[in-house]
Design a protein around this ligand. Structure first.
Ligand code: C6P
Length: 407
């Protein structure tokens, strides 16, 4: 039995509105997903009944807030199959997770002449922190090339590996093209030369089953807002033995064991990496998003999204001037394209006039767009609450746009 999409849509208040006089069709899910009522309720409930600082107060509200906060950590542990909850750190998002690792590696593990490997598919947040590190330490940034379909060239990656490779940081699923990278192979090859591996899971976490133990990655960073959860919140998974060797990211409350003016000793993980009062309300609300996903099941979500992706490919391929961008064999439900030589922004504006929300531009992957010889693309990204009838509306809208251009 497939999912009951109408019922699922009923859980998302924001979907039931008109935009420019047309029913909203929300296809910008790779940028951020919408939030189910349960997440909104959890957030309100926290501020109405439980609001308190955590881990320090000796009163009922503080106890409750601490318990709910740590329950989310445990839910995340199971969601990604980490060995223990302490291997999950709360961050502001994928970007901060990557910056945390880059910052600690810069201070402790990377020397002049060492190498960091990323791929051509990376989001800016998995490029710039490593460039900053390399600039400061005199290290070298190497980039795995891709083919025209948007797949990494694995043999070329193997050639880049050497005993100088300190870290491989690679996107699990591309936000711009949808490509799913062969990360297990990447991790095994990187470990063979002694390098650590960080996976940017911003896109994969919402579509694929994640098992960090099976993958054997050293780090996995993702954002709550792409998983039906609140914005400004994310998680960084790290293996205990790796986290324990790393210096703290920021100094402040919570991350210490004892402070004197002469010397400070640091707290255990995860608290060592969680300085200051965290985003308590959003962490607590995030559990409702994880529960929502678990109730539907990742396999059922993926099956529905895959069906939408192939249906969209079929329908849009019939439009004269439709140029798909990113045709990897393994993809999440991201469809990037252009229409003739039209500027993606113009296509996006015309779709918006029809109530259809897509993202246009370089998708924070300028080097990838340059490699593909494009200024940008139109990107439709599908989620569990989307339907084939919405894709029909996209196809109709694009046909009209293409006809104007073809005249
Ligand atoms: N991509 C998109 O529209 P933050 O902003 O920290 O939550 O996530 C950053 C990030 C990192 N890696 C990948 C693969 C991503 O897709 C993103 C966010 C959004 O594609 C916003 S640019």
């Amino acid at each position: 039995m497939g999912l009951d999409i109408e019922k699922i849509r009923g859980l998302f208040p924001v979907l039931h509105q008109e935009v420019h006089g047309k029913p909203l069709v929300y296809f910008d899910n790779a940028a951020t997903t919408q939030k189910p009522q349960a997440v909104l309720d959890a957030l309100t409930n926290y501020y109405q009944h439980d609001n308190s600082n955590i881990h320090r107060g000796a009163h009922a509200l503080a106890d409750r807030a601490t318990r709910y906060f740590e329950e989310t950590r445990e839910a995340i542990q199971h969601f990604i199959n980490a060995r223990e909850a302490a291997e999950v750190i709360f961050t502001k998002g994928t970007t901060e997770g990557i910056n945390l690792v880059a910052s600690t590696f810069r201070r402790k593990f990377v020397e002049k002449g060492d190498e960091i490997i990323i791929s051509t598919l990376e989001h800016h947040s998995n490029i710039v922190p490593w460039q900053m590190l390399c600039e400061e330490k005199g290290a070298i940034l190497k980039v795995i090339p891709i083919n025209e379909a948007g797949e990494i060239l694995f043999e070329e990656f193997e050639k880049l590996l050497s005993p100088k490779t300190k870290l491989v940081s690679i996107v699990h699923a591309s936000n711009a093209l949808g490509t799913i990278n062969p990360v297990k192979q990447v991790i095994d090859a990187a470990h063979a030369v002694g390098a650590k591996v960080l996976l940017d899971g911003a896109q994969s976490s919402s579509h694929l089953n994640i098992d960090v133990q099976e993958l054997d990655c050293d780090f996995f960073a993702f954002s709550a807002h792409k998983l039906y959860g609140p914005t400004g919140l994310g998680c960084l998974y790290g293996k205990r033995e790796v986290f324990e060797t790393m210096p703290p990211y920021q100094g402040g409350g919570e991350m210490i064991k004892e402070v004197t003016f002469e010397k400070t000793t640091y707290n255990e993980i995860p608290f060592k990496f969680e300085a200051g009062t965290p985003n308590i309300g959003d962490v607590i609300a995030f559990k409702a998003a994880i529960d929502f996903i678990n109730e539907l099941g990742k396999d059922a979500i993926r099956a529905h999204e895959d069906e939408l992706l192939s249906y969209a490919n079929e329908q849009l391929s019939q439009i004269k001037g439709f140029l798909p961008v990113g045709t990897a064999k393994e993809k999440v439900s991201v469809l990037s394209f252009n229409i003739n030589a039209m500027h993606p922004y113009d296509v996006g504006m015309m779709l918006d006039a029809n109530g259809i929300a897509v993202r246009t531009g370089h998708h924070c992957t300028q080097p990838l767009m340059k490699r593909l010889g494009l200024e940008g693309t139109v990107r439709a990204s599908f989620s569990v609450y989307n339907s084939k009838s919405e894709i029909d509306k996209l196809a109709e809208g694009l046909s009209r746009i293409a006809r104007i251009k073809n005249k």
